[in-house]
Design a protein around this ligand. Structure first.
Ligand SMILES: Nc1nc2c(ncn2[C@@H]2O[C@H](COP(=O)(O)OP(=O)(O)O)[C@@H](O)[C@H]2O)c(=O)[nH]1
Ligand SMILES: [Mg+2]
Length: 305
């Protein structure tokens, strides 16, 4: 647990040093008055947490500083941290497995380059470590390289892969994989998908078809769509969630590449804007660089090294 928090803090160092650390710097040794709150508002608006979350936090701060006479800078930092933690935690995730519904099927969606294939590999490793029986399906059949890339993750994670020739119908691969996962009594099938968002209608039709054929084998309540979002894109990430939600829907988010970006505040904007929970975060390229999302730890790591 300790090393998990340490790793999270290290990964968020850029966001902390260039954004949230400024809040601490602005506050330290200052009297809490309207000028200071205005200054804070400015810093927050530049932090990728978005206008809505900034408004909520600043309103709350004004109210509480008036009512409770909050005057010390560290009290204000705690207040801000609690508010951010509350926003991050407002969309509670539903539990992944109830033990009887088997297999669960997670369709991993998102635009090209967001980190879908990598995340499938990490998730396979994560759930296998939890003692789950996992399989992965290579349904980004558009490029041969995508299938090969997933095959490497299959080896790394020690999880079986269902694959076909490149150019095969992704729905046919999904169907075969779901059939195999069911007959083997597996807990989880992770489906890697293509992300050609510029042909949105095609992508939508493709994902819908994959779901439709999978439903012939697995009840629809066991088929979930998880959306992978590249955290380095800042406010663009927010519009990407919206586009995907409108086009294909999703019931859980995975935000990647939070290591080495200053835009880690974007998760706050996403949590504020949507009611879908962030379930995992990607904090590196290695197999173990995935963490189940925890609102409190995340808020803590934004402020403190
Ligand atoms: N630093 C970092 N890189 C990542 C993370 N997740 C994915 N990547 C990298 O992002 C690039 C695209 O990932 P990929 O899984 O191929 O994306 P896909 O096109 O959505 O399948 C690869 O170079 C990955 O190594 C992450 O959490 N952190
Ligand atoms: Mg891919």
């Amino acid at each position: 647990m300790f090393s998990r928090m340490k790793k999270l803090r290290e990964s968020l160092s850029e966001t902390r040093d260039s954004v949230f650390g400024n809040i601490v710097r602005v506050l330290t040794g200052r009297k809490i008055d309207n000028d200071l709150i205005d200054e804070l508002e400015e810093v927050l608006l530049k932090s990728d947490i978005g206008v809505a979350a900034t408004d909520r936090i600043i309103d709350n701060l004004r109210e509480r500083s008036a009512k409770e006479k909050v005057s010390k800078s560290d009290e204000v930092i705690e207040l801000l941290k609690d508010d951010i933690s509350e926003i991050l935690g407002k969309n509670r995730r539903i539990s992944s497995f109830d033990g009887s519904a088997r297999p669960m099927v997670w369709m991993i969606t998102g635009v090209n380059g967001s980190g879908k294939t990598t995340t499938v590999g990490k998730l396979a490793h994560h759930f296998r470590n939890e003692g789950r029986k996992v399989m992965i399906a290579a349904c980004d059949t558009f490029r041969a390289a995508a299938v090969e890339q997933l095959a490497i993750w299959s080896e790394r994670s020690g999880v079986d892969i269902i694959r076909a020739q490149s150019g095969a119908d992704p729905a046919a691969v999904a169907f075969d994989a779901a059939t195999a996962a069911k007959s083997r009594g597996l807990d989880l099938l992770l489906v890697d998908t293509a992300g050609r968002l510029h042909t949105k209608t095609n992508l939508m039709a493709e994902l819908e078809k994959m779901r439709r054929v999978t439903e012939k084998v697995v009840p629809s309540s066991q088929i979930l769509a998880k959306l992978v979002i590249d955290g380095t894109t800042g406010q663009n990430a927010v519009s990407q969630v919206k586009v995907f939600m409108d086009a294909v829907g999703c019931d859980g988010l995975i935000i990647t590449k939070l290591d080495g970006t200053a835009k880690g505040g974007v998760i706050v904007a996403i949590a504020e804007e949507f009611s879908v929970p962030v379930e995992f975060i990607g904090i590196g390229e290695r197999i173990e660089d995935l963490q189940a999302f925890d609102a409190e730890s995340y808020a803590e790591a934004l402020f403190y090294a």
